[in-house]
Ligand binder design. Sequence first.
Ligand SMILES: [Zn+2]
Length: 122
Amino acid sequence: MESAFERTPLFPGYFQVHKRKCGNPGCHCSRGHLHPGTRILIPFADGQSVVCPRPEEIEGWKLRTEAYKRHRESRRRFRRWQSEVVKILDDLERSRRSTEGLTEEDAKRPLVEGERKKRRGK
Ligand SMILES: [Zn+2]
């Protein structure tokens, strides 16, 4: 959880090291020894985009995208923990349930489980 409260900048992108050709026909990359390149995949709401940072920008992108990864991992862990606690609360609720005062017929009817639907209006 701690990483969710870091104060460093983050960015929702995916750091990727890939191999590429530079386009120079005389270069060794045209004979299969490709250049390692770094790019950032950015999932914009209206479609993915790619940023190819200059060498001096790479470290900044790396820090921000890794901070983002840690933040998302914290969020996932919190969600898992949250649903485990809700499950425990639901089990407790079921174990405390008493059908005292119901007719025999109603006592056999299934009760609403889990989240209640919100009533409109009222
Ligand atoms: Zn090349």
